[in-house]
Design a protein around this ligand. Sequence first.
Ligand code: ADP
Ligand code: MG
Ligand code: MG
Length: 880
Amino acid sequence: MPKYVYDFTEGNKDLKDLLGGKGANLAEMTNLGLPVPPGFTITTEACRSFLAGGALPDGLEEEIALHLTALEKRMGRRLGQADDPLLVSVRSGAKFSMPGMMETVLNIGLNDESVRGLAKQAGGNERFAWDSYRRLIQMFGRTVQGIDGELFDGALERLKAGRSDLDLQAEDFQRLVETYKEIVRAETGEDFPADPYRQMRMAVEAVFASWNAPRAVLYRRQERIPADLGTAVNVCSMVFGNCGMDSGTGVAFTRDPGSGQQGVYGDYLQNAQGEDVVAGIRNTMPLQELEAIDRDSYDELMRIMEKLENHYRDLCDIEFTVERGKLWMLQTRVGKRTAAAAFRIAVQLVDQGLIDLDEAVTRVTGDQLAQLMFPRFDGGADRKRIARGMNASPGAAVGKAVFSSERAVELAAAGEAVILVRRETNPDDLSGMIAAQGVLTSRGGKTSHAAVVARGMGKTCVCGAEELEVSAAERRFTAPGGVVVAEGDVISIDGSSGEVFLGEVPVVASPVVEYFEGAPVGDDELVAAVHRIMSHADSARRLAVRANADNAEDAARARRFGAQGIGLCRTEHMFLGDRRQLVEDLVLADGDGERERALAALEPLQRADFAEIFRAMDGLPVTVRLLDPPLHEFLPDYTELSVKVALAGDRASGKDRRLLAAVKRLHEQNPMLGLRGVRLGLVVPGLFAMQVRAIAEAARAVPGARAEIMIPLVGAVQELECVREEAAGILAEAGVEAAVGTMIEVPRAALTAGQIAEAAEFFSFGTNDLTQMTWGFSRDDVEAAFFSRYLDLGVFGVSPFETLDRGGVGRLVRIAAEEGRRARPGLKLGICGEHGGDPDSIHFCHEAGLDYVSCSPFRVPVARLEAGRAALACAGSDTR
Ligand code: ADP
Ligand code: MG
Ligand code: MG
């Protein structure tokens, strides 16, 4: 039987899979000698077993009982003991932190008797004891018994009648306990469970079950956290921040998670417990003020934070409680941060000698870099600021104000940009936060739910804009100066400065993009950090990065962004616009003469297109793909044309009639599987030859041009041989050297790659088509039809069109790479589908031994960084 329970002294920070992040770090802090209240962790393995079998696994209860007995012995009191009770918290904690997603229950062990024992233990502090008891019933009722939290909150509000919670006396809380017990009776038909051991067991099961609560499922999907990890449960002896003004609870960061600046960042609340700090029951005080209130605890906290940062070699966030002048650590983890802070902190840690540059590169992600490339508000623009809050999560967001999560989802689904405005957010607002461009709250600090979740998602957020009066019921907010913003009014929020503007503020390019465009590094700390990390990633990576571009402008941008060539130059865009006419002529051509004339008209245009791109790339390789889509894509729509011809009746032109006949003839049930790619080249005489000639002549005209000719949709080596022979003749005639290679995008090509490599000088994996054909579904049809169901069912964790499916498509890529290289050593391998810009897929390409990835010009920096990270991650695992 596996070991299901670990004392805090038994674990460590590397056991996150088993103990969850919270449990592993509680153990780590315990073993560092920091003041952590004793306790133990029930493993994620126990949770998985519970979720699979619907009951606690055999032996678990006994094991928990053993650890509880040991804890009781150590603390010198039993759980819920009437005259001197041990109380515990039961806390969820998964491998990846899921802020506010899972449930925690405090003060377990209280009942009508032990509440008196607790008061006695606290020197007759009745108020504290009854406050703790009502909190237990409230939290237990809501999270374990599933009672609507509003019922408890409403009763508390009525009792307060406008007073602060600090004004409530012992009798008030005692009365509240009675009310709460009635609520529980009314809602569940049973009394609140008085047995401490039963309370604990029910709480443990509830934490396990909360893994599959809808909002946890939603959060995991959003953050791409696997659905089958399960959560651990931590049972931790209670310490109390709510037993007077010499007690309190707080949260802190070792550095500013918004900017990376070193310093003291945190919030503290006197005479409070647990969630009070983030729930915004009273306004918190900045952590610095603790120094004046309780110098010793403050100094100790500062020492501990420094120790933690040096130990974890990273920004940490922490949760702590002071119980009558004694500091207790309740949680730490490597903290979430904004994209800008991630880059700055990584470089600061290098300068402090805590990490090296290799590690700094692995500390930032391509997604974070992509965020830094978003535009920002134009500081010079005319704009009307109506409030200022805290800069919780950066970015510039513009949208219509909405006041509920449902409305945000509704409007976003209709294609509107919205800003979710709330007094404060709670976990039920998650779907609205996902749907919105940005989040604005009037209460709560940088550690509030809105701020933490928004930062995690990379969503713009301004929080705690206290000048705003938000009324969700009236769907509006008011700002100073009589400004009223109703649902649907446009506002702009700046998550970097915390400012809120009325109306739409124009945006400008980010300095990071300007740097990539060639602007000097200058003294902007963020740009300097990006520069250092990118330079190191470039020197570490083995994959080359190319771009997909089919005009000179995109090609030039790609080059400025660091592309080392063009991996995919599509030629079909060159057949659109005015040139459709020429394609029509080609399709309608009657006999060799007409067809040759049509091709001859297209050739100089193509030649000029290619020459421009070769010039823009200035000697870097350019892979030109010959025409890929079916010809009917260039012809008028069948229905429209039939109507036109029908309406014209006898007066319909001969050309329209012939065109209609051609459209009918070329119509396909399954165009993706029809007459396209190399098939077109073999069926329409002269088409590919015209394109190859245009490429060859353009290359000859531009000094240093390096053309590569790529044949799409090849499934058999014979197809490629036919085209290649013709191309070789044309190239020789023009006196131009160009490699001729093929896309690998049909499963048969991957499976016969050894033969195909005999005729191909390079392979480029077209993973869009390869994904469609491997799975047998067409992207355009399936994404809306059933992907969300498939994601729900866990058939895949992420769309295979977004992230390369390693098990299926990836296997074909590996087979083709291996057999291709066996047949032709040194065969050049690249990828040019959408996946070329996706971080996880780039890591796959590195592992599969490809030579380059090709992606859209704007993704080139992201791909450079991820290629560097892939190389360093692999190098790391070799030596470990
Ligand atoms: P979350 O995962 O939402 O942060 P936690 O399990 O950390 O939930 O619990 C929330 C808060 O409850 C903690 O920050 C802490 O203030 C309080 N808390 C948890 N366990 C204890 C305990 N044993 N003693 C005192 N406070 C506790
Ligand atoms: Mg916590
Ligand atoms: Mg394709």
